[in-house]
Design a protein around this ligand. Sequence first.
Ligand SMILES: Cc1cc2nc3c(=O)[nH]c(=O)nc-3n(C[C@H](O)[C@H](O)[C@H](O)COP(=O)(O)OP(=O)(O)OC[C@H]3O[C@@H](n4cnc5c(N)ncnc54)[C@H](O)[C@@H]3O)c2cc1C
Length: 407
Amino acid sequence: MSDTESPENTRVCIIGGGPAGVVSAYLFALRGIPVVLLEGKKDFDREFRGDTLHASSLEILEQLGLVEDVLEKATSKIQKLSMSFGDREINIADFYAMDSNYPYVAIIPQVEFLNHIVDKAGKLPEFSVVMGAQVRELKEESGKVSGVKYTLDGDEHSLDAELVIGADGRGSSARRLANINLGKTSPPMDVIWFRLPLPPGSKVQEVNGRIGSGNMIVIIGRKDHLQVGYIIMKGGYKELREQGIGHFHEVIKNLAPEIGDRVTEIKDWSEMAILSVVTGRAEQWYKDGLLLIGDAAHIMSPVGGVGINYAIQDAVAAVNQLAQPIKENRLNSADLAGVQKRREPAVSTIQRFQSLIQQRVIRAALKSDDAFSPPLPMQIVSKIPFARKKIAHFLAYGTRHEMIENL
Ligand SMILES: Cc1cc2nc3c(=O)[nH]c(=O)nc-3n(C[C@H](O)[C@H](O)[C@H](O)COP(=O)(O)OP(=O)(O)OC[C@H]3O[C@@H](n4cnc5c(N)ncnc54)[C@H](O)[C@@H]3O)c2cc1C
């Protein structure tokens, strides 16, 4: 692996080392296609972006012979998804009932997952990665994207490529530089993330959702700490801060008494990160010489913990579709359009589902002054094992399950 050299040309240049970029770079290199991955940060460890790998992704990793190593990094395996509404807990999805070798959601620190794939890819001569490479410009020749310009440690570099893939996440520079429009919607919530220590000897390694009156919390067990997401109405952070840190401690204590003794260890707002939840989908995921995948093409809400998995599925579909045309020097815009055509229906279906949950459950709960009861359809689903299995399957695979072709 090269992480210091700055190559000047390649066949495929991938902007962004999140799940979409890392997996697609590895797959191109496996097919013998020279690829350069440009990641803006110096490492893969950054603010919380989700750790959930569903069965669809685990089956892809199985195809690659990586699933056992990756699963060793799992801090837990979620068998079912349930939510607590006051004292009442209802089950929504039974992952354990799915017909899969992986009937659960594996919680794997994203940084470890990405490092693992990049380590494997680094053994292939066709793969190179440049860490700290901030892409600033798309190069164009006769209207076709022909490479990128990026800065690395203050110096400007240029890289020519037959295909540029924008896998640079929700704030995608590739999308902006290509003037591709994003149909953006603003879900009604923001998430405040913070970490709490695990009590010594604790085995709390699962995901727990709790809905109170007017507020909501998600607690995720990690190896050595708890990751907590406190969900607030969009724009509500300022008001929360004005009420003081003591008030915040009380709110969390009331909502999740089991962490009440530790939340007081948060002494200052600077120990928390506020993540604005945004969603959207680009009208067109490509232009000549450029393809957008993952959040660059469709910004995912955290609902269902599926964004990483859709990013990986996009990567698999893109390489399935494009590897052969690249090898045969016949790649054109119709091939790029084919990736959008294949992936967009599945993406738009899950985004509609996420939007429904955001409006009917999250927004309704956050607006409610009294104890919030789950909507009737949710209550009905929770009583029917077949429906819970179907929902688990939908979250795990969506409406189109991609597998690597011609491996
Ligand atoms: C609060 C929150 C919680 C979430 N929780 C979950 C969850 O639990 N499970 C789940 O599956 N999904 C979750 N998601 C969604 C998930 O984070 C995304 O769908 C997923 O990360 C998309 O992967 P990606 O590879 O497309 O982009 P990203 O993971 O965003 O990666 C993009 C990469 O591009 C790099 N980059 C950006 N600009 C440039 C540039 N100009 N040059 C070079 N590099 C650049 C970035 O540094 C980054 O590494 C959550 C989202 C939010 C907002």
